[in-house]
Design a protein around this ligand. Structure first.
Ligand SMILES: [Zn+2]
Length: 360
């Protein structure tokens, strides 16, 4: 039986921005990867050979250019040489940022390649810095190159993959990824994220795509504080019918874990068990539509205890191993007032989607 591969590259540790907030460690730190890897290596997943941990690779300028304006690459390159700088809002550059970003994008590419070529059942690119807030000509929100988008374009151009569905369960909107594929009907982007309904922001239901891509960009905004009881239903109710109608060759998960209740950045109330269940649902759907081909790419997730646990939850789920998580006790309930807002949003969104997709 084919295994699940976790890919990692040591250069991803070279991006270090402690200097931006000298009074505390930057929450997007190399420790995220180091501790997650340590946790996996100590687990039965590795001990019993359920997963393999392999080295990723570096992306080339050519790979980045398929998605981003060359300007972004050159700015990151120059600032990295200077050892310090800001390329966009909350995207601080250090001496190792270019190398780390190329390794993150390249490792995502390799994960995609291995799964598409059938070497592994599923892949997990354990990479940083994250990528989903970076668009065609801008970097922001701790991101530099959009790792998922760079992988998607590589797979389409080099391996002839036609349709790819991106599911983003990071607590924040996939705004960079959405912008990149906004007028594209070969890539379906579905993002689940917390949302300020009072003030509005990026990631609202009205952002539906443009031109031939109209209907191929879907935002599922959720009120702050949503927990597993509502999240799972909403997730399946959108991902399943969309996947069946779109019929992708591959599903890519922009896998951020800052929707965990203990995360210092996100405001949702999921737990490791939720990621176990979400992965189970994605796998069930992928079995029906794309021969179980799924690639997970790490996005956010900043609690250094919750992140390793949540990543392992995905891998336990994919490999069919039942375990108990020590945060299983963290059972939150979605307040009823928020449930009403969710129902309202879901109904409105389904109405919009019915114009483009059957089953809604
Ligand atoms: Zn996030």
């Amino acid at each position: 039986m084919k295994k699940v591969c976790v890919l990692y590259h040591p250069n991803t540790l070279m991006h270090v921005t402690d200097f931006t907030r000298p009074w505390m460690e930057s929450f997007e730190s190399p420790q995220r990867i180091i501790l997650t890897l340590n946790f996996l290596r100590e687990s039965e997943l590795v001990r019993e050979g359920k997963i393999e941990i392999a080295e990723g690779r570096k992306a080339e300028f050519e790979d980045i250019k398929r998605v981003h304006h060359p300007y972004i690459y050159h700015v990151i390159d120059e600032l990295s040489k200077m050892g310090k700088g800001v390329v966009g809002e909350l995207s601080y550059v250090s001496g190792g940022t270019l190398k780390a970003s190329l390794a993150a994008a390249g490792t995502a590419i390799k994960a995609g390649e291995l799964v598409v070529k059938g070497k592994y059942a599923q892949g997990f690119a354990l990479v940083r810095p994250p990528g989903h807030h970076s668009g065609i000509a801008h970097a922001e929100g701790l991101c530099f190159f959009n790792n998922v988008a760079v992988m998607v374009r590589y797979l389409q151009e080099k391996l002839g993959v036609k349709r790819i569905m991106i599911v983003d369960w990071d607590a924040h909107p996939s705004d960079g990824t959405s912008q990149i594929f906004y007028d594209d009907n070969t890539v379906l982007v579905v993002s689940f994220h917390e949302y300020d309904f009072e003030h509005g922001e990026r990631g609202g239901i009205q952002e539906i795509g443009y031109g031939v891509g109209e209907g191929y960009n879907i935002n599922v905004p959720l009120p702050l504080g949503v927990a597993e009881d509502c999240y799972l239903d909403v997730f399946v109710n959108f991902v399943e019918p969309l996947a069946k109608s779109f019929n992708p060759d591959l599903i890519v998960v922009s896998a951020g874990f800052d929707a965990h209740f203990a995360d210092p950045v996100g405001n949702l109330n999921l737990r490791s068990r939720t990621f176990f269940r979400l992965s189970g649902e994605i796998l069930r759907i992928a079995k029906r539509v794309c021969g179980s081909r799924i690639v997970f790419v790490l996005e956010g997730g900043y609690n250094l205890l919750a992140l390793p646990l949540s990543v392992s939850a995905v891998l336990y789920s994919l490999t069919g191993v039942e375990v108990e998580f020590y945060d299983d006790i963290g059972v939150f309930k979605t307040p009823s007032k928020k449930k009403r807002k969710i129902n309202e949003t879901v109904n409105e969104l389904k109405k919009i989607l019915s114009k483009y997709w059957k089953n809604f």
